[in-house]
Design a protein around this ligand. Structure first.
Ligand SMILES: [Zn+2]
Length: 185
């Protein structure tokens, strides 16, 4: 069976009981999740997401890159525009995981090889120690001035061996992390 035939069969089964035609575009949980592309780390399964509950971003390593920041900044503008608010207010949950393939990007020789062969700098995506990298990523969001202080950020580390997503950092508004004081939530 080709992959498209396989997916068509699965989709027929999905569409048979589908009743989500009226689900709004703005996610019900007011949350965006950033995680790795790793096939073992699908937030729909790991965090039990239903359709329409959360926006999910995935990239190599699930790391906060400039590309991710730009996407979030544009989405924050879109949400503010749609809701008529001055600033969008939603949560960002960062979720990295154990045994991440992006740990290969931590090897400077491999990074150099990628840069040399295809001209891409993968250093922002490198995973060194996920629990620590998550804290670095919170700082990347804190320092990204294109992001409104009303956004909130939290971090989880998912263990691919146990299925447990443990808290690394509780949810806090970027404004608090920037020392701008409360009142933005
Ligand atoms: Zn990964």
């Amino acid at each position: 069976m080709s992959i498209l035939n396989e997916f068509a069969a699965r989709n027929r089964s999905f569409a048979t009981s589908f009743d989500g035609g009226e689900i709004p575009a703005l996610p019900k949980l007011g949350t965006m999740i950033l995680t790795c592309v790793d096939a073992r780390v699908d937030p729909a399964h790991v965090l039990g997401l239903q359709l329409g509950e959360a926006v999910v971003f995935r990239n190599n390593g699930g790391r906060v890159t400039q590309a991710f920041i730009d996407e979030v900044a544009a989405l924050a503008m879109l949400v503010a525009h749609r809701t008529g608010m001055d600033e969008a207010s939603f949560g960002i949950v960062l979720m990295q995981h154990t045994q991440c393939g992006a740990q290969a990007f931590a090897d400077p020789n491999f990074r150099d090889l990628i840069e040399e062969r295809i001209g891409i700098d993968v250093s922002p995506s490198a995973v060194f120690d996920p629990a620590h990298d998550l804290l670095v990523d919170i700082e990347r969001l804190r320092d990204a001035r294109t992001l409104p202080g009303s956004l909130r950020v939290a971090a989880l580390l998912y263990d691919v061996e146990t299925g447990v997503a443990g808290e690394i950092a509780p949810e806090r508004p970027l404004a608090d992390l920037r020392g701008e004081g409360a009142g933005f939530v």
